[in-house]
Design a protein around this ligand. Structure first.
Ligand code: PLP
Length: 322
């Protein structure tokens, strides 16, 4: 990309994926509103087809393809699932390359969507090598999970949808990993509402984008196990788009302990009736941890995904708040 992305890219993406993704509901959270000192809304994107917002970017990227042998990616799970679904929708073969760290339920889900789930490598980076090889040698289109203009524009449609549903939103809290979601949502939201605040939230254990923003350039961090497994992975040393977009568009980055993420997940289940994965619980965790308030006006938490192993969810529910 040698030009900057704009609101127009996101609006065009919304046209292209209309009817292929769900418009997900928003609902108020009385308990979190009381804790945050102002109205808190939950954007229920965990109820998206395939269980996460990633379908928006994947559906858009596939819609933009010419003739290819197939599509491939390396993914911690939700992007792979989304790409598998989007490819099948369009009748395109998909090979999803996964590292051995990816939970079994996510691997099975990908295979169940008609794609090949190829387990290769001990890290996200090693799985990515196989996807690169398919692109280089077999005529596949490699659709990366975040650092791609069509993916970012697709994720940005979530920002358009939030502002259509909640025109007076003052702050949007975005789970942050590679930054495709934050880049797209912030691009759309700030173009439409220049004063809106965008807060990125990651786990303290292995937050590559947060470390990169602090350093002023993309850096690598050790990948650690976390309840927010969908927020793991690096930003890429040769990051082209999302590092600069996050740097320019994010107002604040918040880091959470594992205990705070668990408390957020429990609150969403018990008080709001929403079963989400760890990555999607960070907004609630930040409010409960006293790190995020709604005193400037309506605060929207993106519940970004719901793909959690039921046994893990049950285990977290049995633990006590720290
Ligand atoms: C991918 C993902 C994120 C983070 O999105 P990025 O674009 O990588 O920042 C957050 N939550 C869930 C559930 C995800 O799958």
């Amino acid at each position: 990309m040698d030009r900057r992305m704009s609101l127009h890219d996101v609006e065009a993406a919304a046209e292209r994926i209309r009817g292929r993704v769900r418009e997900t509901p928003v609902k108020p959270s009385p308990g979190l509103s009381a804790r945050a000192g102002g109205p808190v809304w939950l954007k229920c994107e965990h109820r998206q087809e395939t269980g996460a917002f990633k379908l928006r970017g994947a559906a858009h990227a596939v819609a933009r393809l010419g003739a290819v042998a197939g599509v491939t990616t390396a993914s911690t799970g939700n992007h792979g699932r989304a790409l598998a679904f989007a490819a099948r929708q369009r009748g395109v073969p998909a090979v999803i390359c996964l590292s051995r760290l990816v939970p079994g339920n996510k691997r099975e889900a990908i295979a169940g969507l008609g794609a090949e789930a190829r387990v290769t490598g001990a890290s996200q980076d090693e799985a990515f090598e196989e996807a690169r090889r398919l692109e280089r040698d077999e005529g596949f289109a490699l659709i990366p999970p975040f650092d791609h203009a069509d993916v970012i524009a697709g994720q940005g449609t979530l920002g358009l949808e939030i502002l259509a549903q909640l025109p007076d939103a003052a702050t949007i809290a975005v789970p942050l990993s590679g930054g495709g979601l934050l880049s797209g949502v912030a691009l759309a939201a700030k173009a439409l509402r220049p004063g809106i605040r965008i807060v990125g939230i990651s786990m303290a254990r292995g937050a590559a984008m947060a470390a990169s923003l602090a350093a002023g350039h993309p850096v690598e961090v050790a990948e650690l196990e976390t309840l927010a497994d969908s927020l793991g992975g690096g930003v890429g040393r040769d990051n082209r788009l999302t590092f600069a977009m996050c740097r320019d568009l994010v107002d604040e980055v918040i880091l959470l302990s594992e205990a705070e993420i668990a408390a957020g997940l429990r609150h969403l289940a018990r008080e709001d009736g929403e079963i989400v994965e760890g990555a999607a619980a960070v907004g609630a965790g930040a409010i409960l941890g006293g790190k995020l308030r709604a005193d400037r006006g309506p605060l929207v938490l993106i519940l970004s995904g719901g793909n959690i192993d039921p046994a893990l969810h049950a285990r977290i529910m049995r633990e006590q708040d720290a």
